[in-house]
Design a protein around this ligand. Sequence first.
Ligand SMILES: [Zn+2]
Length: 464
Amino acid sequence: MPSLFNAPARIVFLLGFALTLALLPCAFGREQRVSASSPSSNILVARVHLRDEDELRRFVSLGLDLLEMREGDDLFILTDAKQLGELRAQGWQVAIDQQKSTLASEQAAETFSNGYRTVTEMRAFVDDEAARYPNLAEVFTYGSSWQKIHMGGSAGSDLFGIRLTNKQTQGVKPTFFLMAAIHARELTTSELALRFVDYLLSNYGVDADVTWLLDEHQIVVVPVVNPDGHRIAEQGYYQRKNLNTTNGAGCANPPTIFNQSGIDLNRNFSFGWGTVNSPGEPVCGQTYPGTSAASEPETDAIQNLIRSLFPDQRGTQRTDAAPDNATGIMITLHSYSNLVLWPWGDISSPTPNANQLQAIGQKFASYNGFTPEQAIGLYPTSGTTDDWSYGELGIASYTFEVGDESGQCSGFFPPFSCMDGGSGGAFWPRNLPAFLYAARIARAPYQLGQGPSPESVSANVSDH
Ligand SMILES: [Zn+2]
């Protein structure tokens, strides 16, 4: 099948690429509003009907901008009229979803700074929190972004997170790891992660449950796994991937909704890498997994971070179960479509811990109202974070897809007010109880997830 990305415009970008990229922070500075002529303004959302498993697998490997949602046998893509025509010419059954298209265009036209934090503001926020609560919090760095390593100067970012625990209580503590914005444009996810940090710190010594959580557990939060990409999303562009330009010199710059430089970090993890999403995918496509497993500094660094937080508790075979008393739990936040997902994403057979993962997933769903299912139920993926963290280490691992599939609070850039309310919104009050539940069962999720209600779990343990 011919590349979908060999448009003549690509040559223009190729010629001006190095200079334009070097100027990117200035050329697309934060103060600049996203105008009607922004690449995001011609967005269409198209529904694609896939008739069988073979079509599904071929379609997800095209590198298109797949929305993380599904209705029956239909998937949805962000696209434009030209690409839509190419897909039709190739025989795909695609139709514009007018309602979703209108909404996507409206959201893209809004400025970023309507409440969501920039990477710089996120770093300042966690630094401030750690300064206010020195006995409970410390900020750490765990690597450098692609731009920081390869561009020099002030480009790029340290990769950073915040570790929360009562430093006065010693010993090895069960860990809940929460990460957000590995896909840069999924703005609500960072805000959720940061609010959770603030909730825990401000309620320590006030709320008995939170106090117990921080006395007896370690909660580690990385609010923006992909800071380079986030800086582009901050300008109103639908950047999903990191900013590795090594093999993407011909990709659109600034990025368009379906043509952008970079590697999809959530296809780059080293467990099952390259199987569904292979390096043969279009380099400028949205799910390009890189040239090798964990090739990206952001992926490599977060794998190392997660390894440092959890022991390896699972064998090397697909059929090896983690023990019932395995410790540790993680959630990676994405948007959107109101799903709670667990491994595997690359094969349809269940994991050897499927019943336990499902029980916990259903508890999460009982709090946030999402639909719980094995990840492949959305569509096949390979090299994802949670396949890796479960597959490699055996820890209970989840993806949340935050936000409705349609309506006011759907999309990548929903109004900031959707964090607290709005039709299909209230992301924060709905997900806080799920996060707290994850922390409560972090000691032995597979056992505690089958057990009594989470409220009594903490009460019982607190009594000892
Ligand atoms: Zn995502």
